[in-house]
Ligand binder design. Structure first.
Ligand SMILES: C[S@@+](CC[C@H](N)C(=O)[O-])C[C@H]1O[C@@H](n2cnc3c(N)ncnc32)[C@H](O)[C@@H]1O
Ligand SMILES: [Zn+2]
Length: 275
């Protein structure tokens, strides 16, 4: 659900208001509201391909995996942080199928949740599922969102645009970054590769944020051949695994692998708050 003035016009930066099934700014730029309720704010000249971001197949895989509770422990861990910091507005940048927004909204009904992604397929799926969240197709590089309006930005397994996240973040705003931890899906790698390696520590240094804490969120993913085909299709392993190894996935009866997410919590630095 998109409230008036929440999103900005990608052409002129004025607020967008809902009118007769579309959204319009004072300068007459108009954007259709999709049946599922989201708005596409990615102008064609800002696309780097016809369909940027995750494709339909990747999104369907992600839906299947999320439905099996893949991110449940992660949503719970983020929920604990929200209970501590009480953000009134949350942006999930590169939200994919919108699982985190949808789950967190159930525990924090008063909080405004916004999900954005460059993939139309992702946002279509997300908007169908979570009616209480405002979804828009746009790039995290240039968010159609007012400066200083977001108390917490989540970015899970999606590209980070630090300057832009900091711009939309309110004073002392939080930034929650989720990356794979060392042992994430290691059992799956053992299944697929002859010499599996642990994930390397992706050390991201941010100049506009100060680190608050890091949490390691462990879980499990169990499923059959179709579930594991879906899981592999939403990871880079799909492109780095030979077809005979991928074929082995089809022989899975039931299998369980470990998940380990690294949840890094940052706070916007005071020096940059007025930028
Ligand atoms: C690995 S998926 C993660 C999705 C979701 N955050 C999750 O954890 O389930 C990466 C997502 O980033 C999106 N993406 C890629 N480039 C983007 C950009 N420049 N701006 C916004 N989203 C982007 C993709 O379309 C995809 O949905
Ligand atoms: Zn406009």
């Amino acid at each position: 659900m998109i409230s008036d003035g929440l999103f900005l016009c990608p052409h002129c930066g004025e607020k967008l208001n809902g009118k007769n099934g579309s959204f319009m700014c004072v300068n007459g730029h108009c954007f259709d509201k999709a049946k599922s309720g989201y708005v596409n704010l990615l102008p064609p000249n800002r696309k780097n391909s016809v369909s940027p971001g995750d494709n339909k197949e990747m999104i369907q895989s992600r839906v299947r995996v999320m439905n099996k509770g893949y991110y449940k422990p992660l949503a719970e861990a983020i929920g604990k942080i929200f209970a501590e910091f009480n953000p009134a507005s949350v942006l999930d940048a590169g939200c994919g199928t919108g699982y985190l927004c949808g789950e967190l909204k159930k525990s924090f009904p008063e909080t405004e949740f916004i999900g954005t992604d460059i993939s139309k397929f992702a946002i279509e799926q997300a908007a169908k599922k979570s009616k209480e969240t405002a979804f828009a197709v746009c790039s995290s590089k240039r968010l159609p969102i007012s400066s200083g309006s977001i108390d917490a930005v989540i970015c899970a397994f999606a590209p980070v645009y630090e300057q832009e996240f900091s711009r939309v973040n309110s004073d002392n705003g939080l930034f929650l970054r989720v990356v794979p931890a060392k042992e994430h899906l290691f059992k799956l790698k053992e299944f697929l590769y002859d010499n599996p390696r642990y994930n390397e520590d992706e050390d991201e240094a941010f100049s506009l944020y100060e680190p608050l804490k890091v949490e390691y969120v462990k879980g499990e993913f169990g499923g059959d051949a179709d579930d594991f085909n879906a899981l592999v299709r939403m990871t880079p392993y799909y492109y780095h695994t030979s077809s005979d190894k991928l074929e082995r996935l089809n022989k899975i009866d039931y299998f369980t692998v470990n998940t380990e997410f690294e949840l890094r919590v940052f706070r916007k630095k005071a020096d940059f708050q007025k930028n």
